[in-house]
Ligand binder design. Structure first.
Ligand SMILES: [Zn+2]
Ligand SMILES: [Zn+2]
Length: 379
């Protein structure tokens, strides 16, 4: 057993605990792991929160008596079955923020933080969920997470505090920027500037409840988390991609918000501010599912084939809407055609009913109902 073995804190990420463990024993990382624990493999030139080697977990278990199952829960394996089926050791994983590892440093801002959480922690530590693309707000303080040191723009690379000899290693040093020593717990918190309460509350709920069991389904009724998150990512890619400007313009006609330029980057490579904006747009679109989404796509002139960059990539809850309402391969009357049909029925002294629209336009009952609901909401 090592002399000091601080227990992992609630929601702590594995790497944060590794650094705290070494600092609590007053040693830099290399002296602690290679010297004291005699673990001679490289630790920091990989994303250690993704599948740490079992020999390392056994070594830690031996030194601290923390069970291996509990150690695994601190790693990103915890989110298997939630955001992704299986966590691969390398490569792009949906929803997982990449670190851009280069030797023992990180080029990308894959670790976010809440300054208020760091401030309130008696011994500051980093949370596992701060590595997830969905988590753009703090679930305790509702402020926007921060992904870089505001003073020097460095990503958060807390393990670098423990690299190098002769450094003063305070156990609380995780709250400081590794590069310029700025106190990250003093960063002024910011809050979302978004004009629609419904979509913002939905995003806050998603961030708070993504691990809830039983799964909530949220507005689309998806009965387990993976299909929900796959579909949400399709919508985010739509908003972020080539046709994103069009659908965002359609949102702007309803809400006083700006349009962000399309980007060739994966969602996970975007900064927190941009992910926040796209997530709020997506939450706005899925409210009142599927009417608002269908109408916005129609207004933007987007059909199923344009929305799906990769065919068959959409889960059933999204696919039924795309093929039922936005598939250009089947006939779908325009708003003008619908209004002409409605005027025709009125001119013939017939009632404007679902049955009437079905007969005149030759569409299915569901489609007729939807058209009346969307285009004649007060009838
Ligand atoms: Zn917080
Ligand atoms: Zn800094």
């Amino acid at each position: 057993m090592v002399p000091m073995h601080p227990q992992p804190r609630v929601g702590e990420i594995f790497s944060s605990w590794l650094v705290r463990l070494s600092l609590a024993n007053g040693l830099p990382l290399h002296s602690f792991y290679s010297g004291l624990l005699r673990y001679r493999q490289a630790i920091w030139n990989r994303d250690i929160d993704r599948h740490p080697p079992i020999s390392f977990l056994e070594c830690l278990n031996h030194a601290t008596k923390v069970p291996i199952s509990q150690l695994n829960e601190l790693t990103l394996v915890r989110y298997e079955g939630l955001f992704y089926d299986e966590l691969s050791a390398t490569g792009v994983v949906p929803w997982l923020l990449p670190l851009g590892i280069y030797h023992r440093t990180h080029k990308l801002a894959g670790m976010q933080f809440c300054p208020l959480c760091l401030k309130e922690d008696s011994n500051p530590y980093y949370r596992l969920k701060w590595r997830v693309g969905l988590i753009v707000l703090c679930d305790v303080h509702n402020c926007v997470l921060v992904d870089r040191c505001p003073k020097c723009n460095s990503p958060v690379i807390f393990h670098r505090h423990g690299i190098g000899r002769g450094k003063y290693l305070h156990p609380n040093c995780l709250k400081y920027c590794y590069s310029c020593n700025h106190n990250l717990s003093t960063v002024e918190p910011t809050y979302p500037d978004w004009p629609d309460l419904g979509s913002q509350s939905l995003l806050e709920r998603l961030i708070r409840e993504f691990e809830f069991c039983p799964w909530q389904g949220f507005p689309v009724g998806a009965d387990c988390p993976i299909p929900f998150f796959i579909g949400l990512r399709v919508i985010l890619n739509l908003l972020n991609g080539r046709f994103g400007g069009r659908i965002q313009t359609s949102i702007c006609s309803e809400l006083p918000v700006g349009v962000v330029q399309s980007s060739a980057l994966h969602f996970e490579y975007l900064d927190t501010a941009r992910r926040l904006h796209l997530l709020l747009c997506a939450c706005w679109l899925i409210q009142g599912w599927p009417d608002r989404f269908v109408l916005s796509c129609r207004n933007a002139g987007l059909s199923r084939s344009r929305i799906l960059e990769v065919p068959d990539a959409s889960p059933y809850w999204l696919e039924t809407v795309l093929s039922g309402h936005l598939d250009s391969r089947t006939y779908s009357p325009s708003q003008e055609e619908f209004l002409q049909a409605a005027a025709y029925l009125v001119s013939k002294d017939r009632q404007l009913t679902t049955q009437g629209i079905m007969e005149v336009l030759g569409v299915q009952r569901d489609a007729a109902r939807r058209m009346i609901k969307i285009w004649l909401p007060h009838s």
